[in-house]
Write a protein that binds this ligand. Structure first.
Ligand code: NAD
Length: 486
């Protein structure tokens, strides 16, 4: 490890704390292929110290009226807006997505802070006078304790903000463990937590990977865990968290289908599809992965989709006119490339091959160009497994019923989209498709902050989903019922 490269510190008790660890993970600028920082693995004793501190802070925080708690969130929201460009730069540097994509991520983050400011209403309970003779009954919502947020590499700022603002607005404290691959943006915002006036310990950020997660899951003071990442890890965290008596919500992997009906308006559909399949270099849990066409429109859809994909410009996301950045790591690039080899060996027709894409100025970057397979069959692995890169598989179905059958055979149920001008086709799709986030003429079916992020099947473990709406209120509060006779 070079002495010149920063080793990140943890943030708890309102200050930056050096991590006493020999183990760390390199953080790259993936466009340059260069290590820019190290995220230490936090030893168990230090994880416990941070959580004990968060527990003490939570007890005092919960005693502060909700009307006062949300004042800090109003300030945080303003600071995130003011720092949006600076933050977006950090996201691009550590993740590789374009500056515009990164700015979109910052917007999604502060929209969740806005939504959490309705906590006064969220905390309201219920009551009945004279529920029985001489008896009144009331329900109060109360804070729970310490929550942990464990997030993936692909939305380093937005995903923690799916949970953090609601948890603290509702009177809890929160310990965030960002992805060790992209920890810089959450480390950056720790300054803003101080500036917004959160008391020390209400929000903490600790670095690390699997071992740090285990220490969190084993700590008895953690009441609940909000996890987002791949399905095997989500399942592991869900099981271990529940076994340790925690409430757990765990968003997981995806394989999303985008259906283009023969009556679809292609001038609307094609740009939406391009953004869905290749935005964020395909490293999005809502990314289109399988494109469903029909015999009547297959040739035209494939031609226009391929032509548009060929025009995408690869490069470093902080430079102008770049449409697509690199993948997160060289190993991931190799994994995505191996899926392309697999598709060829499975008999799919490779019509656009992005494996050898190069960006002149960034020869060491982890770049891969848009890649399109045609003649994909539903039982091929490239049609079933999450690739998490800019690879589209085109399947041709007989009709809408057939398309729905293929979609519903997937183990995943994160998102599905239909492009159509027919209300009845759209209605049938919405009713029948087993996906939690459904797009109708919308390529990336991303719910806004006030709605839950509603993955199904192996794309989610738990019952209460991320983001606003009732799910967050139930996840981050307990109910107390008082039965009184006077
Ligand atoms: P990942 O599962 O590798 O890592 C997620 C988190 O778990 C990280 O913080 C990581 O440090 C930790 N972790 C990794 N291995 C672990 C282990 N063995 N034990 C305990 N903790 C461990 O996921 P990723 O590669 O960072 O993110 C990409 C995945 O996340 C994709 O599958 C994508 O579909 C999914 N994702 C899902 C959603 C959603 O809402 N459903 C949103 C974004 C990303």
């Amino acid at each position: 490890m070079s002495a010149l490269i920063e080793v990140l510190k943890n943030y708890y008790a309102g200050r930056l704390v050096e991590v006493d660890s020999k183990e760390s993970h390199p953080v790259y600028n993936p466009a340059f292929g260069k290590v820019i920082a190290h995220a230490p693995e936090t030893p168990k004793e230090q994880v416990d110290e941070a959580i004990e501190n968060a527990k003490k802070a939570q007890e005092e925080w919960a005693a502060i009226p909700v009307t006062e708690r949300i004042k800090r969130l109003f300030v945080l929201e303003r600071l995130l807006r003011e720092k949006a460009d600076e933050l977006a730069r950090v996201i691009t540097i550590e993740h590789g997505k374009t500056f515009e994509e990164a700015k979109g991520e910052v917007v999604r983050a502060y929209e969740n802070v806005e939504a959490s400011c309705a906590a006064v209403y969220h905390m309201m309970g219920k009551n009945n006078l004279e529920i029985s003779r001489g008896i009144d009954e009331e329900l109060y919502r109360v804070p729970v304790g310490v929550f942990a947020v464990i997030s993936p590499f692909n939305f380093p700022l937005m995903v923690p903000f799916w949970f953090l603002p609601y948890a603290v607005a509702l009177g809890n404290s929160v310990v965030v463990k960002p992805s060790e691959k992209t920890p810089l943006s959450m480390n950056f915002v720790t300054k803003l937590f101080d500036e917004a006036g959160f008391p020390p310990g209400v929000i903490s950020v600790i670095n690390g990977a699997a071992k740090t997660v285990d220490a969190i899951l084993e700590n008895k003071l953690v009441a609940g865990v909000s996890f987002v990442g791949s399905t095997p890890v989500a399942e592991y965290v869900y099981k271990k968290g529940c076994a340790n008596h925690k409430r757990v919500q765990a968003g997981a992997s995806a394989k999303n289908f985008e259906v283009v009906m023969p009556d679809a308006d292609l001038s609307l559909a094609i740009p939406s599809l391009i953004s869905s399949f290749f935005g964020n270099a395909g490293e999005r849990c809502l990314a289109g992965s399988v494109l469903v066409t029909f015999p009547e429109n297959h040739d035209e859809v494939l031609k226009r989709f391929t032509e548009a994909a060929k025009k995408l410009r690869l490069g470093y996301g902080l430079e102008p006119d770049v449409d697509m950045g690199p993948l997160i790591r060289r190993e991931h690039l190799e994994r995505v490339r191996s899926y392309v080899e697999l598709g060829v060996s499975e008999g799919a027709k490779l019509v656009l091959d992005g494996r050898n894409a190069k960006v002149e100025r960034y020869q060491n970057g982890f770049f891969m160009g848009p890649t399109i397979f045609d003649q994909v069959e539903p039982d091929m692995r490239i049609a079933k497994e999450e690739i998490f890169g800019p690879v589209a598989s085109v399947i041709t179905c007989k009709n809408l019923e057939h398309a729905i059958e293929v979609i519903n055979s997937s183990r995943y149920g994160n998102a599905s989209t239909i492009f159509t001008t027919s209300g009845s086709a759209a209605r049938k799709f919405v009713k029948s498709v087993q996906a939690g986030n459904i797009g109708v003429n919308v390529g990336v079916a991303a719910p806004i902050a006030f709605y839950p992020f509603a993955g199904l099947k192996d794309s989610f473990f738990g019952d209460l989903h991320a983001q606003g709406g009732d799910d967050m209120i139930y996840f981050f509060t307990e109910r107390k019922v008082v039965i009184s006779r006077w």
